[in-house]
Ligand binder design. Structure first.
Ligand code: SF4
Length: 449
């Protein structure tokens, strides 16, 4: 296996940059048969809406769709945990033939009576789109009967990749925004958009902003609450993390309520510091800027000595990075440089050509840049570049392990907070323990089998 050559499919070649003049294409439908790592539109919607903890989430479809996305991210809540229950109408053959509308109605009424949620999100799956159940009409009916928002999510899986699902989730969220009666903006206030609080990151970031005197109106969707989302239009600025998931919501807030957006990343020392300074600059507030400086100084003074032993061991090691959105890759390249490591393979499922052009400029010459790649291509470049560490999600983990390469989960399944200054230390510890593990020498590729 170790000397096997893997060739790129002809139609994939322009989504892979291996050096020379930059000439990539991106934002294309996945090539049939190429086994993209992307998930379906329904899954994209679930990712974004799932962490809203005081709503029920009802998947209208066969049970497989619900189980595929059950507890899809370990999104933590500081209060209710209704989101973790993942309800489904469990459509059977009879429902497909005669329609599933009455079953959906019964399910919603029963669940709302039982759990008293603040809202209900109803996700359409592929089969619902095929048989044409009127999910919107059922949601309106239940909303009238029960007096809470019951929102149909236009998320039939076949509509596209998870990026289309993100849009459907943003449209659903926007139906709640502004339903709070008060319209005035709250002084020095922000919304934190695009973090899912997988391991408590929202709490870390919120605390930094609050130490600067900033009021956080709403977090979407990590540790999300329906009543806070109702007030999201009252924040003065949206701080938007990640390239894709909630960008559409930020655009709608700007168009409808005049709320501007700042993009931010909370991974690594440089990007975390920038995210704090950018907010102080937005408010043009000298006291807030001094507070930001104080927060950063205190945190970095603690962090740098703690990072030193990890940097010593990791210096010169090589990494491959593959994530959902491209924005996170930029932060990871910088964070790995802080640890003395070099990124030799970098890519994302949903980046744009501009993202990849910037990425090729940020990375060292010769770095392989990948759009919407697949397991075979990843394996090819991990082997060719002889990487020591793979950073990805659940679908990339087995590739790394089979090739005898350290792995760091920067996606759904991680349990360590990797955002903020404390997150940088957690990241260093995790990378170090995996890269330096003696176990990789026994992997068949490393052992020469
Ligand atoms: S592709 Fe369709 S059937 Fe498969 S999980 Fe997505 S919604 Fe369900």
């Amino acid at each position: 296996m170790h000397d096997e050559t893997i060739n790129l499919l002809e139609k994939r070649k322009r989504q892979v940059h291996t050096g020379g003049d930059f000439d990539m294409v991106a934002e294309k439908q996945s090539l049939a048969g190429a086994v993209s790592q992307r998930s379906c539109s329904f899954c994209g919607s679930r990712v974004v809406l799932y962490p809203i903890a005081d709503a029920i989430h009802v998947v209208h479809g066969p049970i497989g769709c619900a189980s595929y996305t059950w507890d899809i991210r370990g999104a933590l809540s500081s209060g209710p945990e209704l989101h973790r229950l993942s309800f489904s109408t469990d459509m059977q053959e009879k429902d497909v033939i005669y329609g599933g509308e009455s079953k959906l109605h019964r399910a919603l009424v029963e669940l709302i009576d039982e759990y008293r949620p603040k809202a209900a999100f109803v996700y359409a799956t592929c089969i619902v789109g095929v048989i044409g159940d009127d999910v919107v009409a059922i949601c309106r009916k239940v909303e009238r009967e029960k007096g809470i928002p019951v929102i149909a999510v236009d998320s039939e899986g076949f509509k596209g990749s998870k990026k289309e699902g993100y849009k459907a989730a943003c449209n659903a969220l926007f139906k709640i925004v502004g339903t709070d009666d008060v319209q005035e903006k709250i002084p020095k206030s922000i919304n934190i958009l695009g973090d899912f609080n997988l391991a408590g990151e929202i709490w870390i970031i919120k605390e930094y902003y609050e130490r600067m005197g900033v009021h956080v109106v709403c977090t979407i969707s990590g540790d999300g609450r329906v009543d806070d989302i109702r007030k999201a239009h009252r924040a003065q600025v949206n701080i938007v993390q990640c390239s894709g998931s909630v960008m559409n919501l930020a655009r709608m807030l700007e168009h409808e309520y005049g709320t501007p957006s700042l993009r931010a990343s909370y991974f690594g020392i440089e990007d975390m510091s920038k995210a704090l300074y950018d907010v102080a600059d937005f408010f043009d507030d000298a006291e807030m800027r001094r507070s930001a400086q104080r927060v950063i100084k205190e945190e970095v003074a603690r962090l740098l000595p703690a990072l030193a032993p990890y940097r010593k061991d990791l210096k010169g090691k090589k990494a491959a990075v593959y994530t959902g959105g491209a924005f996170k890759v930029f932060s990871l390249v910088r964070s790995l440089r802080t640890l003395g490591m070099e990124v030799v393979v970098a890519g994302s499922q949903t980046g744009t050509v501009d993202d990849y052009r910037l990425l090729s400029e940020l990375c060292d010459p010769g770095t392989v840049i990948l759009d919407d790649t697949n397991p075979l291509e990843l394996a090819k470049f991990v082997k060719e570049k002889d990487v020591d560490l793979f950073i990805g999600g659940v679908k990339e983990r087995p590739i790394a392990y089979k090739l005898g390469v350290g792995f760091c989960d920067h996606n759904h399944e991680r349990k360590e907070a990797l955002a903020g200054f404390i997150g940088m230390l957690n990241f260093a510890k995790e990378v170090h323990s995996s890269v330096m593990s003696p176990v990789w020498q026994f992997a068949p590729r490393r052992a020469g089998q």
